[in-house]
Design a protein. Structure first.
Length: 316
């Protein structure tokens, strides 16, 4: 893991007033030492994850900005996997007390990095490498990379979101720019089972019937619709979005006691943890199994995964 310090056992061979495993350890020092064991450091993980995340921190508030070449994020398989250790690194840095997750430019997640899919053979017949080693293995962990964070998270959704809406919507406070819309591309775009967690996410946020309608009908929800339906809390002009996220971080979260802040986060996010623990693995198993029978990038000559975002939702 990035920025890790010395092994655990080396911290206990210090002089002190009590004993741990036969070694004298100062209780006061032990508290400091425990905070440092296996901790991460921003300089190290900022460099490691720089290809898709830009970090900046002030007064315990960490901003993580998704990007590709400092422009809007182009979703690829390396980002999908990389977010798992990236969020673990954020979680293990004791200097982080609140996270702001946002995108770059005028889109949150609205484009695919097509070479990545080609490099991993997704134009060839669907195999266990695609179904298990990439899809199942990564997506059964990625939502929990966010849910397991012990600090509050503010999502500042800066534009369209067409896949992996959990990155924006599985957070404590969700605000969006006025150019944002939500579209879910599994069924309407790819023609595959929407089993990567969106079956749980949109059922809970929209209700069972409304959630199924959204998943199956290729609907596009505008920022104002998303606010009215309860997906986001505020809609702002894009140029004001990030300032508002920082304001919320400072006034709503950092103004409170550290333990109260962290345990409030733990309590309020727990229902999502329970639901995703119960439903995500089965959803991904259904999605991956069905892809062995039909996968558009190999079964339809000339299929371009980029067409998922170029088409108008609902078009045939």
């Amino acid at each position: 893991m990035p920025g890790r310090l010395r092994p655990f056992k080396t911290w206990f061979y210090r002089r002190g007033a009590t004993r741990v495993n036969g070694n004298r350890v100062s209780v006061a020092y032990l508290g400091v030492a425990l905070a440092e064991i296996y901790r991460t450091n921003l300089d190290a993980y900022a460099k490691e994850f720089e290809p898709f995340l830009k970090f900046r921190r002030e007064d315990g508030i960490l901003e993580a900005r998704l990007h590709t070449d400092d422009g809007p994020l182009r979703w690829n398989l390396e980002v999908h996997r990389g977010l798992i250790p990236a969020m673990a690194a954020v979680n293990d840095d004791p200097e982080n007390e609140c996270l702001i997750l946002t995108g770059t430019g005028d889109a949150f997640l609205a484009e695919f990095d097509q070479p990545s899919w080609r490099d991993h053979g997704f134009h060839k017949p669907f195999s266990s490498y695609h179904g298990y080693d990439i899809f199942y293995k990564d997506q059964t962990r990625e939502p929990f990379a966010l849910l397991n964070l012990q600090i509050p998270v503010i999502a500042a959704i800066n534009g369209p979101s067409i896949v992996h809406a959990e990155l924006g919507l599985l957070n404590d406070i969700v605000i969006a720019s006025d150019n944002t819309y939500f579209y879910e591309g599994h069924w309407d775009g790819l023609g595959i089972v929407p089993g990567d967690g969106v079956h749980t996410l949109f059922r809970e946020l929209l209700g069972p019937n409304r959630g199924r309608y959204f998943l199956l009908m290729g609907q596009r929800l505008s920022a104002d619709q998303a606010r009215d339906l309860g997906l986001v809390g505020e809609v702002l002009p894009r140029e004001e979005l990030l300032d508002r996220a920082w304001e919320i971080a400072r006034t709503v979260f950092m103004s409170k006691n550290r333990i109260q802040r962290r345990l409030t986060r733990s309590l309020l996010i727990q229902p999502w943890r329970e639901l995703f623990t119960k439903e995500l693995s089965a959803g991904m198993a259904h999605e991956c199994l069905a892809c062995f029978d039909y996968w558009p990038m190999s079964d339809e000559p000339g299929y371009d995964i980029g067409s998922l975002i170029r088409r108008e939702p609902g078009e045939s």
